[in-house]
Design a protein around this ligand. Structure first.
Ligand code: ARG
Length: 283
């Protein structure tokens, strides 16, 4: 029988169980402005923020992922954005050093948490870096943002620390001040991104490395639609990013929309709330 007459098999994306660290927005507030999303003094519904965050945790757990909880501190209103506290890869932890004094003390709380979780030597960074806000792991590569927060010197520091190629990308639009607001890692080979967030040279770098990427519209990027978390099959993203969800579904991923409207007032969404712990590579 000729196989030419059979329909093409549907693309089956494969999920890998993940281990996340998250911090409840118990003390969340918008008290200062360190990115263009933040309007201090505006209304924040704390109960709603907590409920929405709890729904995100429930989604991850329903998908079979493990969520560990970092204890929030009363005077750190942005601590819910756990992704900024470290980069954990190959079973090793690279600590953060925040650009703004308002968040600086979060770094130490992450270090202590990670040490207790069994990461004996959490690297104390020499240069400013905001963890997974600006470092994103795609297969063997680490994409690294700079321009607003993370110092390019931290990219070299991370490359030496992990022995992985770290690719510098220059962010050029202040709305997209962290790399994870402009790039979503979909699997070990594929990203979604908003080209307008990057310098022309860095757009060229992304197109060279990921010719098969998903390009998000400005409208979807502007609701932080790219601030998404994928397990390789399911992509958890802000529900307002409707066209991006459709693009992902068309390419075989399963989008799961969540509403984090309160946290968006501080310029964060799904990915910002989610730090991933990655084990040592099995050889
Ligand atoms: N208000 C926080 C800040 O500006 C939001 C951090 C969002 N986190 C992220 N991974 N993009 O630092």
């Amino acid at each position: 029988m000729s196989t030419a007459t059979l329909p093409a098999p549907a693309l089956e994306r494969v999920a890998r169980p993940r281990h996340y660290v998250m911090c409840p927005p118990t003390h969340f507030d918008v008290r200062y402005a360190i990115n263009p999303w933040m309007r201090p003094g505006g209304p924040v519904d704390l109960d709603l923020a907590l409920r929405q965050w709890g729904e995100l945790v429930a989604v991850y757990e329903r998908l079979g992922h493990r969520v560990d909880v970092l204890t929030p501190a009363a005077d750190l209103p942005d601590m819910v954005f756990a992704a900024n506290g470290a980069l954990v890869l190959d079973g090793r932890a690279f600590g953060a050093s925040f650009a703004h004094p308002e968040r600086q003390r979060e770094a130490e709380l992450h270090r202590v948490f990670l040490q207790r979780a069994g990461y004996a030597d959490v690297h104390i960074p020499r240069h400013v870096n905001e963890g997974e806000g600006d470092f994103l792991v795609v297969g063997d590569l680490v994409l690294a943002g700079t321009g607003f927060r993370t110092d390019v010197a931290a990219h070299r520091e991370a490359q030496e620390f992990f022995g992985r190629p770290v690719i510098t990308l220059e962010l050029a639009d202040p709305r997209f001040y962290h790399l994870d607001t402009a790039v979503a890692v979909l699997d070990d080979h594929t990203i979604a991104w908003y080209p307008g967030a990057f310098s022309p040279g860095s757009q060229g770098v992304v197109r060279t490395l990921f010719p098969d990427s998903v390009e998000a519209s400005e409208a979807d990027a502007a609701v932080l639609g790219l601030n998404a978390v994928s397990d390789g099959r399911h992509v958890v993203l802000p529900s307002a990013a409707g066209a991006l969800s459709a693009q992902l579904a068309e390419r075989g991923w399963l989008p799961i929309g969540v509403d984090l409207s309160e946290l968006l007032k501080a310029g964060g969404s799904v990915k910002c709330c989610t730090l991933e712990l990655r084990d040592a590579r099995r050889s």
